[in-house]
Design a protein around this ligand. Structure first.
Ligand SMILES: NC(=O)C1=CN([C@@H]2O[C@H](COP(=O)(O)OP(=O)(O)OC[C@H]3O[C@@H](n4cnc5c(N)ncnc54)[C@H](OP(=O)(O)O)[C@@H]3O)[C@@H](O)[C@H]2O)C=CC1
Ligand SMILES: O=C1OC[C@@H](O)[C@H](O)[C@H]1O
Length: 342
């Protein structure tokens, strides 16, 4: 309770916040409609379930769970109880993401055939994280993939899955993954995933395929020199050109549309158009996802169209498969779907 009190006091803001001495106390409060869960990944399944069975709507940090089975059980529970549930994948709700999605949907860069995304930190793992911090700690479902690789996969799914009308969305048909496991903890410090998605060719003349590369690495950085000197973190490449995004994949702040120079039938051929989307350093940028929760609750929705449950579990499924191929499993108790209500 002292910790909660001092947290509230530390905000130094006029607030009506109520401190609780347990999560049970919080979910029993009839004045609470929706709970935001931001505990380590290992605890998401139990904490989301606690909130749902207590009748609360839930926004839970990424990844929603450790594996697909857990995610599906939570979605079933939310459906059964008519409660809102969303993974807090904040990047999906940033204004830059909306702009880029609109460009792809209106065909600015043509049919997207390749997506390359890197989310790398460049940390000396031992010094920065040690072995106990949730980042490299398998007991807390640590590792680069679940924490950062999920952002690389998010851009890939946005560009090759989410852009399509719902009935046409298809999960990847092939997944090949490699992982480097940390020598001290066994969690992945680097993961690389190649994916193939089915794609409809223009005018439906044939089935094409799109390829994607999702990279994540704790030891090497996407932007070692700063200022995007190593190039964009995200490249969405189409038949007419490409969209590039600068800045960390979870919080990009500039996009660039480059149209092919040799396609003179297309207006703007050869052009480069850059758009800045600065996010004030005073804020993390999470209020856009919070707004989406508010809109969904106002409209009586239990699922956001910007991050539907099917898509969230399809991303999770790729991570399951990558972990299977990379030889990374977590302790049984945190992979389990058994809810311990105590
Ligand atoms: N969207 C984004 O940009 C970010 C998202 N995240 C996500 O947020 C979540 C939390 O990450 P982060 O804040 O770094 O995590 P922390 O390790 O800081 O833990 C957050 C809180 O969880 C509780 N907690 C920590 N360890 C344990 C444990 N072993 N058992 C039970 N409860 C524990 C503590 O709550 P208490 O103090 O009340 O005991 C702690 O304050 C993750 O899912 C992560 O992926 C994290 C950073 C940025
Ligand atoms: O989700 C995240 O995104 C931002 C990172 O700084 C953080 O470590 C990670 O958990």
């Amino acid at each position: 309770m002292d910790k909660a009190h001092s947290f509230i006091a530390g905000l130094e803001l006029p607030t009506t916040c109520v401190p609780y001495d347990s999560y049970g106390g919080l979910v029993s409060d009839q004045n609470v409609d929706v709970v935001y869960i931001a505990t380590p990944h290992s605890h998401h399944y139990q904490h989301v379930m606690l909130a749902l069975v207590s009748g609360k709507h839930v926004l839970c940090e990424k990844p929603l769970t450790v594996n697909t089975n857990q995610a599906k059980v939570l979605c079933d529970e939310a459906r059964k109880r008519n409660r809102f549930l969303m993974e807090a994948m904040w990047t999906r709700f940033l204004p830059i993401t909306k702009d880029v999605m609109n460009e792809i949907c209106r065909g600015t860069v043509g049919e997207v055939l390749r997506v390359l995304v890197d989310t790398g930190f460049g940390d000396e793992v031992e010094k920065t994280w040690g072995t106990e911090h949730r980042m490299p700690n398998k007991a807390l479902a640590g590792g680069a993939l679940l924490d950062l690789g999920i952002y690389s996969l998010t851009w890939i799914f946005l560009s090759l899955y989410h852009v399509l009308p719902m009935p046409q969305r298809k999960p990847p048909t092939a997944i090949a993954a490699q992982m480097t496991l940390n020598y001290l903890t066994g969690a992945d410090e680097a993961s690389s995933i190649l994916l193939t998605f089915p794609t409809t060719a223009p005018n439906n003349i044939a089935d094409w395929k799109s390829q994607a590369v999702a990279l994540t690495n704790l030891r090497v950085s996407t932007d070692p020199g700063g200022q995007n000197s190593a190039g964009p973190s995200i490249r969405i490449q189409g038949t007419r050109g490409e969209v590039q995004l600068d800045g960390p994949s979870f919080r990009p702040e500039r996009h660039r549309i480059i149209l092919r120079h040799d396609n003179t039938q297309v207006e703007g051929s050869g052009s480069v158009r850059e758009v800045n989307h600065p996010i004030s350093p005073d804020i993390k940028g999470m209020y856009w996802e919070a707004d989406e929760v508010g809109r969904c609750l106002r409209d009586g929705k239990i699922e956001s169209e910007l991050l539907p449950w099917d898509e969230m579990t399809a991303v999770m499924n790729v991570m399951d498969e990558a972990r299977r191929q990379g030889g990374l499993s977590y302790p049984d108790e945190i992979e389990s779907t058994i809810y311990s209500s105590s």
